[in-house]
Design a protein around this ligand. Sequence first.
Ligand code: IPM
Ligand code: MG
Length: 365
Amino acid sequence: MNIKVLIIPGDGIGREVICEAEKILDVVGRSYQIKIEKMHALAGGACLEEKGVPIEEETLELAKEADAVLLGAVGSPEWDNMPIKKKPEQAILKLRKAMGSFANIRPVKIFLPLINASPLKEKIIRNTDLVVVRELTGGIYFGEPREIREEGNKIKGINSLVYYDYEIERIARVAFEIAVKRRKKVTSVDKANVLESSILWRKTVNEVSKDYPEIEINHMYVDNCAMQIIRNPSQFDVILTTNLFGDILSDEASMIPGSIGLLPSASLNEGKKGLYEPIHGSAPDIAGRGEANPLATILSVAMMFRYSFDLGEIADRIEKAVEMVLEEGFRTPDIAGDGKAISTAMMGEAVLKKVHFRDGLTLSE
Ligand code: IPM
Ligand code: MG
């Protein structure tokens, strides 16, 4: 088997966590005799500095050619005051758009050894196992018109929340298909009491739901959902929502397992190609210190094998390795509480050892 993976470390802790994830990718390739062709590219602030743009056209072409893209994080404070087209975040948005990665899948589950790392009470979070399915290439992130315009002596900022029925339908199908393999419940989150685009969203989701009679569908307003995620997260199986609501709710949900440094994501297009990234950002406050948690990125590699390459066995093995290191007490600072913390590289190494030796596979190198 041959696979082509484009690796984009990006900015800040992106580079540190990608470094660990790449080692996992290498060891899996060697253990399973998968020929992994790795390509590397710049994006975000790193690319702005060297090339003057957040991402180069040729990188977008490479991303389209690759079987999967593994991204660290982009964003760096030096570029905060730049006009929108010159912000590092444009790199991610352009990649998502170029690859057509409309379906963002963000699983949130509890790791039992970390149950006390969460700021929420154990009895509330204990049975959490949910997936946020976020629409990723539409909505207010991409709607036109968008601009800052002068109107007489006033200045007006405009963004447009636009959804086409076909965009809603295809993301809804992804959510229902995921629910079929899980606990068979979809909660669609919108703001249909205020927004026209949400009225269309709800109607379209209800139409799609007719094709899935075995799935329980319910609808929730986003403000209520934000509350319910904290009040009783175990009521959720699959949360289906828009680009902006999914962005916000997935950060909120990351506090259930205790750290945003634990949450991976997959963004899939109509084929099986995917963009895999941790849901956290570039964390400039801790960048370069070797303190970042690489587990979200390592778990994103697991998702890559599951979703793009149909190799659930490898995904299970990586996920199991992560569970084992947590059981053995390895902790980066974000999940250490008052206990002893280890570095990004040590955490990566601990997982690597488990992936490597778990069922006695030897490396061919
Ligand atoms: C995310 C991030 C991105 C988003 C940013 C970096 C553009 O917050 O992946 O959740 O808003 O989608
Ligand atoms: Mg976000």
